[in-house]
Ligand binder design. Structure first.
Ligand SMILES: [Zn+2]
Length: 115
């Protein structure tokens, strides 16, 4: 039998939700195939929900680990980005300095050639 909340019966029949009115289980909700019978699905709702929770808990734990790894990756990338930003700023200053320097050298050369 499939775990969790059933979507359909093995016979292909639709699953409906009912409420028990027996003396042993008064008011207890259950899933049942639209076709009654021993070969058709019957499942208490709370058992199905418990199975859903049991099955999803390990997945949540895995997701938590993955999220923690992603957070660490993001922090690393932020650091790289910050370093790159500083490097770009340094290079901009260097380029400006070299441009000014080359301008002076050119001017000096022109003055030297002309006079
Ligand atoms: Zn069925």
């Amino acid at each position: 039998m499939n775990r969790g909340i059933p979507s359909n019966c093995g016979c292909g029949g639709e699953i409906r939700t009912f409420t028990s009115s027996t003396q042993e289980n008064p008011g207890r909700p259950f899933y049942r195939c639209e076709t009654r019978g021993e070969d058709h699905l019957f499942k208490w709702v709370e058992e199905a929900v418990l199975e859903e929770v049991e099955d999803v808990l390990p997945k949540i734990a895995v997701h938590e680990i993955e999220i923690a790894k992603m957070k660490a990756d993001i922090e690393d990338l932020m650091e790289v980005a910050l370093n790159n930003k500083v490097e770009i700023q340094k290079n901009k200053v260097m380029i400006k300095t070299l441009m000014v320097y080359s301008l002076f050298v050119s001017a000096a050369f022109v003055v030297y050639v002309l006079y």
